[in-house]
Design a protein. Structure first.
Length: 555
């Protein structure tokens, strides 16, 4: 691709390929690997192919050697172009004869001819399928949904496999694909009502409530590829379980393959991500209250001395009041789906009232989630006549009652004591200790930019807000704002050290810095981690001394 002029910087593009592989392997199985990257190092979209007939270990999903490789390059401004290419490739490669013919091709010309012929057939096939669906006036015996975490290869491969097998068996089917480029071919309410059964082959959450009362089979997306005929027969056998929207299976993401640490991290981040708008919006409003207030009127009421300041402060405090209930509610919901939301929400509110603060809300979220998960399994033993009562009476009543008992007598007392001890320790810290803590948090925010260490520092800073220690969060924010600002200044003052595309990110990174978004520096850190990361970490640590100076009164 470099020889064809598709790339302007091979090293940066290579780093992009490695960064994508770190997310998950692009070895999709069946001897195929599709490494890809969307990068500023790409001038124009490109596709390169390679065959290794003996195969190489690529850590593919099926642990088999990869023989056929397609590498995709897409410009940063290319939108979802690489996803469209990936989707097309994945569907084409479902044809085993086509895949084998590529591996056994004797020349580049033969390889290219095979690709061109298959692509033309695939496009014609897609157009034919779209026309057939438009003209179709009957009912679909089967509906299916396919989805994978990345929403690229396996999503479309499973759809292709199910459609092909159903066609061979003479069964009408409509398959929805929940891919990275969005949901396509979604069934209507009428089609759902009229179908005999539904297959959900997915490794991530999909919208399930619409299938309430229908026979539904839920499997991994890989089964959609490898066991299409078996799934179709099972779905139409009459033995498929009836799905109820209040069951735990509303979320089909499989946790059996995830470590305990990964599951905890996923649930925690679900709570934190939903809490962020309240923290950010409320924090900005409170900051505006102090900015527009007059300290000399009444120092003890600073932030509410003037009507405008009081308006901002009241609104900001109200937003902050939702912070802990939202955190606990969405942690609980991530674990036990919708019935866990109200129970977790109340648990977070009780944590706030019981002085256990952020730590109490954290514990409440997980406790509520697993409590509701247990209750739902317990209530599954009730007769079917109780199905309608579960979501509107049994789950909320018993869930809230047990959660209140847990919070009042078990969780709040010890966690409140721990929270009070931590708050007192932070309040009693001397200047040098706070500088060290600030340096540590600033470095943590920068060292992995959006990763677990970054999130741990952010969660600690957010917890300090709930305890009234705002300077801790200030340290965290400076740590997150320094990297994009540093990159912006570097690309502005030292243009000869950066590519034209990199120079165009100056304004973007300034805006990101002002918005406390560290991710603007990730492409630079990925392309040159040995230079960028240490510089950003040191810069974030040094920023703490600037924060200390800002706290000094002006004379």
């Amino acid at each position: 691709m470099a020889k064809q002029g598709n790339l302007n910087d091979q090293d940066v593009y290579k780093q992009g390929i490695y960064a994508r592989e770190e997310l998950s392997t692009t070895g999709i199985g069946e001897g195929i690997a599709i490494p890809h990257a969307q990068s500023e190092a790409v001038n124009a979209p490109g596709l390169a192919a390679m065959v290794v007939k003996d195969g190489v270990d690529y850590q593919s999903l099926d642990n088999q050697p990869a023989k056929l490789f397609f590498m995709i390059a897409v410009p940063k401004t290319g939108g979802n172009e690489h996803l469209q290419i990936l989707a097309m490739l994945s569907q084409m490669l479902m044809d085993t004869d086509f895949k084998d013919s590529l591996i056994n091709a004797q020349s580049v010309e033969e390889f290219m001819d095979l690709i061109n012929q298959k692509e033309a057939k695939q496009k014609a096939k897609e157009e034919e399928k779209e026309e057939a669906q438009k003209e179709f006036t009957g009912t679909y015996r089967l509906l299916a949904v396919t989805a994978c975490p990345t929403g690229i290869a396996h999503t479309y491969m499973a759809a292709e496999a199910l459609e092909e097998k159903a066609k061979q068996m003479g069964i009408t089917i409509k398959v929805e694909t929940d891919g990275s480029s969005g949901t396509k071919n979604a069934p209507t309410a009428k089609e759902i009502e009229e179908c005999e059964a539904i297959i959900v082959a997915a490794d991530k959450n999909v919208e399930m409530a619409r299938f309430d009362g229908k026979p539904v089979i839920q499997v991994k997306v890989a089964d959609g590829i490898n066991k299409a005929e078996e799934l179709i027969n099972e779905a139409l056998s009459g033995n498929a379980p009836i799905y109820h929207a209040d069951h735990v299976s509303t979320t089909v993401e499989s946790e059996s393959d995830e470590s305990v640490g990964r599951q905890i991290y996923k649930h925690l981040m679900n709570g934190v991500s939903h809490m962020l708008p309240f923290v950010i919006g409320g924090g900005i409003l409170i900051a505006l209250a102090f900015l527009f207030d007059d300290y000399t009127i009444d120092p003890s009421n600073f932030g509410k001395n003037t009507p405008l300041a009081a308006f901002f402060k009241t609104t900001g405090d109200t937003a902050f009041g939702f912070m802990l209930p939202i955190l606990a509610g969405y942690i609980s919901m991530s674990i036990s789906d919708h019935p866990g939301l109200a129970v977790g929400f109340v648990g977070g509110a009780l944590a706030s009232q019981g002085n256990s603060g952020f730590l109490g809300a954290l514990v409440a979220g997980f406790a509520a989630g697993y409590l509701m998960k247990g209750l739902r399994k317990l209530f599954d033993y009730l007769p079917d006549t109780f199905e309608g009562l579960k979501p509107v009476l049994l789950y909320p009543f018993f869930g809230l009652l047990l959660m209140a008992l847990l919070m009042t007598f078990i969780i709040n007392p010890p966690v409140a004591a721990i929270n009070t001890a931590l708050t007192n320790a932070l309040n009693s810290m001397g200047g040098s200790s706070k500088v060290i803590l600030g340096m540590l948090l600033g470095g943590m925010i920068t060292v992995d930019m959006g990763g677990p260490i970054n999130k741990a520092a952010y969660v600690f800073g957010t917890a300090s807000i709930a305890s009234g220690n705002y300077d801790i969060m200030a340290a965290v924010m400076i740590g997150g704002m320094v990297p994009p600002l540093a990159i912006a200044l570097a690309t502005f003052f030292f243009k000869n050290r950066f590519t034209e595309k990199e120079q165009q990110t100056t304004l973007t990174n300034i805006i990101m810095e002002l918005s406390f978004i560290t991710e603007g520096s990730i492409p630079f850190a990925a392309s040159d981690p040995l230079h960028i990361l240490p510089a950003c970490v040191v810069g974030s640590i040094v920023g703490m001394f600037g924060l200390a100076l800002l706290k000094k009164p002006l004379k």
